[in-house]
Design a protein around this ligand. Structure first.
Ligand SMILES: [Zn+2]
Ligand SMILES: [Zn+2]
Length: 245
């Protein structure tokens, strides 16, 4: 992935990691159900899954804000992700051309490692269902992100319905993130946290704090920098997001 990456196909290695990540998520959810012994436990599972889904959106926003604004391709551990997000701002439509496993393998891999120790623990309905759903949504966030970049006519009807109900991040909401000043709507699961974070200027306050403490300015303060500028259109055909919404 990254600024110079043009490979959009899934490799056997990509598919393997997505398979391992999916197995780990399903393993956690299965473990939660096996550990449930009462109707109260089942209610706990449903509540924990909902909490996992809600918090995954917040997590996706914090992570996206971090990689959009700080570090570079040489940053340890997350350098390739920073490079990928910068490349995404330059050529937004390429995400719609990535095959499924190519798009999500980079997140599926660390998720599989994170869940491995939890899979070895004794079953716990609340913890297992929360972790499984939270990290399952984290893996899928790049797919939800890809869907938010497609034209309505390119999407299956159920995806459009979920976007319009606010279950998944909408095309309109994410389209606004790709316009100057590039510092709103960072969340890419449901987008439910976007108005809360933006109205309260949470990221702006964090940026000001980091700048005052460490002297590091976020990239979004320099919105005319080359890193942000799109090459060509928002969509593959060269058209802009405003033409679709
Ligand atoms: Zn971004
Ligand atoms: Zn995007």
């Amino acid at each position: 992935m990254g600024l110079n990456d043009t490979k959009l196909e899934s490799t056997p290695e990509h598919r393997l990691w997505v398979g391992v990540g999916a197995a780990a998520v399903l393993g956690m959810l299965t473990k939660a159900v096996i550990a449930a012994h009462s109707p109260e436990d089942m209610i706990l599972i449903v509540t924990s899954m909902f909490a996992g889904y809600l918090l995954a959106d917040l997590g996706s926003g914090i992570y996206h804000w971090g990689v959009d604004n700080y570090g570079n391709a040489r940053t340890p551990i997350v350098g390739s992700q920073i490079d990928a997000f910068q490349g995404h701002h330059k050529r937004p439509w390429t995400i719609t051309k990535r095959q499924f496993a190519n798009n999500i393998h980079a997140i599926a891999r660390p998720v599989a490692f994170t869940l491995a120790p939890f899979l070895a623990l004794p079953g716990n309905p609340a913890l297992d269902s929360f972790m499984g759903t939270f990290l399952g949504c984290v893996i899928m966030s790049q797919q939800f992100h890809a869907w938010s970049h497609m034209k309505k006519s390119q999407l299956p009807a159920f995806v459009v319905a979920l976007q319009e109900k606010g279950v998944l991040v909408s095309r309109k909401m994410h389209g606004a993130h790709h316009r100057s000043p590039y510092n709103i709507n960072y969340c890419i699961v449901s987008g439910i946290w976007n108005p809360i974070l933006d109205r309260n200027r949470v990221f702006s306050k964090l940026e000001a704090f980091i700048h005052s403490k460490f002297g590091v300015a976020p990239r979004s303060w320099f919105e005319t920098q080359g890193e942000w500028l799109q090459e060509g259109g928002y969509f593959e055909d060269g058209s802009e997001v405003s033409s679709e919404l």
